[in-house]
Design a protein around this ligand. Structure first.
Ligand SMILES: [Zn+2]
Length: 480
């Protein structure tokens, strides 16, 4: 017999069962069979005229019946039918709006797609924002302004000057403050009617489920793969939609991962993270400051559509944005039946160690005495050697546009970008003592490996790169 999966919010009206076997050959017939077994469900699924309520979506397997033949959609013996109510505003009575709120939200209230009911759903809704940085800034600003009743902010970072080019929820006066404090102040000023919860912590495997649980929707505004997989896994395990966005230089992506809503999860799209170092972060590769604005606003739009139950969500679709071409493209995403998390035989049933999964060695507790391996040189030591007149060949393996920001040319440094390094090794003399450096030490470690391979022995890597040099030796050197 076909089976109907009952969403958590409606289970209390269906004898607290998660799935009900039903009879019928069409979507309409199986729903009729369901409501005859559980009459209490009827008023939640149908309006007074016997029409399926607009905020109730019915899926046959992965397809919304509205894209098929509505209630006439044929249903086979082995089909799974899912009922997906809009996220908030299913079974619970909706909160009323005060006179002040009605005035504030009037441009929403006069739109039939939102109206009083939609605005009350927004007030009833809760959203967790993971990260209050580039994506979290526009997300927080617009979701607060839209009247989302409860916003949770997770971040452990403090505002830095280099954030202000894109993290528009923070101001210059906030530099040095915890981001969640700065964001909370700004969002409360935009809308004092909403509740803002702050979690000054990194999202980790041991706190993610507790933090996410009270919220209707998770929005992923993270900038690293560990947190991205963690947010995905925790959302799937808790049955929450996860509104995804990511940005790099001029390119952005957005989607809604919601296996409970018939779509795939992040692991269906990317089963495994790239090896560490292969995909540069925004801190290494840069990002156009406006880009998180565009992608974050798309994420906020999707969250609001999910809550008011309007339009077609980005579930099962990956939106790709190219700011240079000013083009959007869309890919269809399918749920992977073999997905270890949301597939048919899941192997991931609890949160795992995401540093290990992403191939990242967790930082060791800070040693009291700084340990420098023999292949590294600290900025202070390098400075002392140079001041002492030691003859060193300093090679900068960054890109030319990074060299222009600041460099060690005064010490005879030369630029050989990492991408050209292998083919230009011949320009170097293995009799010389060579020090390689980049921005933070990662790329130059690769150059070190190239030299070692080529038979060089007198090579060292500048520990912490030119940023550490700026911190420890030359405070006049611009940091980026
Ligand atoms: Zn999956």
């Amino acid at each position: 017999m076909p089976k109907i999966v009952i969403p958590t919010a409606l289970r209390q009206y269906a004898g607290n069962t998660a799935a009900v076997e039903v009879q019928g050959a069409t979507a309409g017939e199986v729903l009729a069979s369901l409501t005859s077994q559980h009459p209490d469900l009827k008023k939640h699924l149908y309006d007074a005229n016997g029409k399926l309520r607009s905020f109730v979506n019915v899926y046959v397997n992965d397809e919304d019946i509205r894209s098929l033949q509505n209630e006439n959609t044929p249903v086979g013996e082995s089909d799974d039918i899912s009922i997906i109510p809009a996220i908030a505003g299913g079974a619970e009575p909706l909160p009323d709006l005060t006179k002040d709120e009605i005035a504030r939200y009037s441009r929403h209230l006069i739109m039939p797609e939102v109206g009083m009911d939609g605005q009350r759903k927004l007030k009833a809704a809760s959203i967790l924002l993971i990260g209050t940085g580039g994506l979290g800034s526009p997300l927080g600003l617009y979701l607060a302004a839209a009247g989302i009743g409860r916003l949770g902010l997770v971040d452990f970072d403090v505002v830095d000057h280099s954030n202000l080019q894109r993290q528009i929820v923070h101001g210059t006066k906030d530099v040095g403050r915890p981001k969640i404090q700065s964001a909370k102040d700004r969002l409360s000023d935009i809308n004092p009617h909403i509740q803002i919860d702050t979690y000054e912590t990194a999202l980790r495997a041991d706190n993610a489920l507790d933090i996410i649980k009270p919220y209707d929707i998770v929005i992923d505004g993270t900038d690293n793969f560990q947190t991205r997989y963690l947010a995905n896994d925790a959302s799937v395990l808790l049955g929450k939609p996860n509104v995804y966005g990511s940005i790099f230089r001029f390119d952005g992506q957005a989607s809604v991962f919601y296996p409970g809503g018939g779509g795939p999860c992040y692991r269906c799209l990317y089963p495994e993270p790239p090896p560490p170092g292969l995909v540069p972060s925004c801190a290494e590769g840069g990002v156009l400051g406006i880009l998180p604005g565009i992608i974050g606003v798309i994420q906020a739009t999707e969250a609001i559509k999910l809550i008011i139950g309007q339009g077609e969500p980005l579930i099962g679709r990956l939106l790709l944005f190219d700011a240079l071409k000013m083009k959007f493209r869309e890919l269809k995403l399918r749920r992977n039946p073999e997905c270890p998390l949301c597939g048919e035989n899941p192997t991931i049933k609890e949160l795992i160690d995401y540093d290990v999964f992403c191939g990242i060695t967790p930082p060791e507790p800070a040693p009291k005495v700084e340990v420098v391996s023999d292949w590294e040189v600290t900025p202070a030591q390098l400075k002392a050697e140079l001041d002492g007149g030691k003859k060193l060949t300093i090679i900068d393996v960054r890109e030319p546009h990074e060299w222009q920001i600041g460099n060690l040319e005064n010490y005879g440094s030369r630029l050989i970008p990492l991408g050209e390094f292998s083919s230009r090794v011949g320009e170097l003399n293995s009799d010389d003592e060579i020090v390689v450096h980049c921005k933070m030490g990662g790329r130059s470690a690769k150059a070190y490996g190239v030299l070692k391979e080529a038979g060089f022995t007198k090579i060292r890597n500048l520990k912490g790169g030119i940023l550490a040099w700026a911190d420890q030796v030359d405070p006049n050197l611009p940091k980026y």
